[in-house]
Design a protein around this ligand. Structure first.
Ligand SMILES: Cc1cc2nc3c(=O)[nH]c(=O)nc-3n(C[C@H](O)[C@H](O)[C@H](O)COP(=O)(O)O)c2cc1C
Length: 328
């Protein structure tokens, strides 16, 4: 599809569409990332906690198409060797989220790799700006996966006010279609990053059972909590929680944080004993935008419909204005 929308993001990175794939841990593999790049967006491998062999395989699967890679900051800070290996693969960008990424940004710059820092609070945007990050992603709490407590609708324009016009800023969290893209541009973003919508794509690295459950669930079924971090034995720093589709296993614990911690060993054992596709126990990570996800689509169709619908909405915007012929 030809380019319909131009922003500093598309200009700077030479892409056709201002749509980035979120680096969803293991779900955004080389195939999905390269498909988003092929369709004109920005493909991103989701390397999460940083398994070196999986990362090599994902880059190999992406082939010659430029894709970025995203890792969890507090994990990557503990793995300097992995950081060097990742930078040596010359990704289209290095994406980091969840922690003070300043030393990582510095190392990427030395290797000439563009950097992306996903922030959850305004004070973190300040840090990202000071570090000279190429792209700041403002993540609202309605998104799938880990994050913090701020909604996108005030955070995003506040980030733009902070950065001024020259910084590339993307919006993430609860965005799944052209309405999300058009609204994000109006709130000050140069494009969007979507996770949950691309999870429900043909190319996403997950089972048909998982994808069917995404389609059959809605935003009301999701909630932020630390339950599945405890169940998976992941030691996340204090202020982060994860938005996940809650299930029969998690629900009884959600309002009992202390009891949850006390029962951590039992919870973990039950979790590990369950089949990987048994989502009555296992975590299915997704955000509130499930309300807008009604089918599994090719990734290219998601990129194209998002951009086409946003362009249509933007071109209709003057219809809101009265007395269009008269200067004010
Ligand atoms: C299944 C899933 C896994 C995710 N894993 C990661 C991750 O490993 N690292 C990361 O920075 N963000 C991760 N995220 C969060 C995304 O970066 C992004 O903020 C979020 O998907 C945006 O909201 P949306 O899901 O409503 O599009 C994940 C999101 C989902 C849905």
């Amino acid at each position: 599809m030809k380019q319909l929308i131009e922003t500093p993001f598309t200009q700077r990175f030479g892409i056709r569409h201002p749509v980035m794939l979120a680096p969803m841990d293991k779900i955004s593999d080389g195939r999905l990332a390269s498909e988003v790049t092929r369709s004109g967006g920005f493909g991103m491998i989701g390397a999460g906690y940083g398994d070196p062999d999986w990362i090599e395989a994902a880059f190999d699967a992406a082939g010659d198409l430029p894709v970025g890679i995203g890792l969890i900051t507090w994990c990557l800070l503990e793995k300097p060797k992995l950081l060097r290996r990742v930078l040596d693969r010359k990704p289209a960008a290095l994406f980091v989220s969840f922690g003070d990424a300043e030393p990582i940004i510095e190392a990427a710059k030395e290797h000439g790799i563009p950097t992306i820092w996903q922030i959850q609070r305004l004070e973190q945007a300040e840090q990202a700006l000071e570090a000279g990050t190429d792209i700041i992603v403002a993540q609202g709490q309605d998104g799938g996966g880990h994050g913090m407590d701020r909604g996108l609708s005030a955070l995003l324009p506040a980030v733009r006010d902070l950065t001024g016009p020259d910084q590339i800023v993307l919006a993430a969290g609860g965005l799944a279609d052209g309405r999300g893209l058009a609204a994000s541009l109006m709130l000050g973003a140069d494009g969007v990053m979507m996770g949950t919508r691309f999870w429900a794509s043909h190319e996403a690295n997950g089972s048909d059972i998982a994808k069917a459950r995404l389609v059959n669930s809605g935003g009301d079924d999701t909630r932020r909590s630390s339950f599945f971090d405890i169940a998976r034995g992941l030691d996340w720093p204090g202020n982060y929680s994860g938005r996940v589709i809650q299930n029969e296993f998690s629900k009884p614990w959600l309002n009992e944080p202390e009891a949850m911690k006390a029962a951590a060993d039992d919870i973990r054992q039950t979790y590990e004993a369950a089949d990987s596709d048994d989502f009555s126990v296992r975590a299915l990570i997704a955000g509130e935008s499930l309300d807008l996800v009604h089918d599994i689509q090719p990734a290219a169709a998601i990129v194209e419909s998002t951009v086409r619908d946003a362009a249509r909405l933007l071109s209709n915007a003057p219809s809101y204005l009265l007395n269009q012929d008269q200067p004010t």
